[in-house]
Design a binder for this molecule. Sequence first.
Ligand SMILES: [Cu+2]
Length: 330
Amino acid sequence: MNTISNLLTTPMQGTRVDVFEQIFLVFLGLGALVGVIVIAYTLYNAYKYRDTGEADDDEDLPSVGELPTGGKGGKKLFLSFGISAVIVISLVIWTYAMLLYVEDPADGTDEQAEALNVEVTGESFAWFFEYENGIESTGTLRVPADERIWIQVTSGDVWHAFGISEQRVKADAIPGEYDETWFEAEEPGQYEIECFELCGEYHTSMVGTLEVMEPEKYDQWMDDQLTMSFTMEDQNESPVTDGYVLTLEHQESDFEESYTADQFDNGSIEITDIEQGGQYNVSIEPTDGQFEPIEEQIDMTGPVSETYTLELDATESETNANETNGGGEN
Ligand SMILES: [Cu+2]
């Protein structure tokens, strides 16, 4: 009883694994206790009222056909029913509170908005993950350890069910709907993701991996995903080191940066200060009119590596040639 009152008064916390383990242990402990008491009391009475072969002159001895009145004017009966009722009602309330916590541990706070949110899509027969920053991954969900992760689960075709048994996670994946749940993995490592809804021929192979990483390693991985590499080449595939400026503009945020040719290393640049995936406009402008400008759109869902061929502008180079010639003549 003491354990239950403690559990009732302490604020809810912990992972799903903790919660379900606590519920299991409390039910196991109380069930075992009640079992021991009932069996011990039965054995005690069986021994006490055993047939000794001698007639007993105990007045309390019930006779055949007599209804039991309950010992001591019904006190025993009242007490046992009373205690049982208290135990059962406490268990119901406590379990219900625990399950409410599992349903919504954020409890109206904006904790969820600040947490790591990942959209999970099941589509025959694989799992696809999209982070809030637009980075995508197929088959493997990478998350930092010791952090609450919220997932919004949906399906691209038929009904599936997303589940990670070791993290006590399960959510329906239904087209057009989002089923939201959360988990918090304490131990770095790999855990199996399975589909728990018979969805077709390759249902059993619809598996994935939850990779729980040390937070620093996760940050490093995410930084690597948010990296763009650009290389400028001429028609002969030799690096171009001069005469252009590259502008990178994010369509959904105010990120806009320009990189001049001298910021490139032998015609290549690696841009690592990007914080958002998604749609980017890339434009490469010649600084002295030597090349054709390039306009491109990039949908960043992971590390980007692009090579652009800078074509000599035919008209410009002719003009340049004429100008140079003209200059020479003068
Ligand atoms: Cu499935």
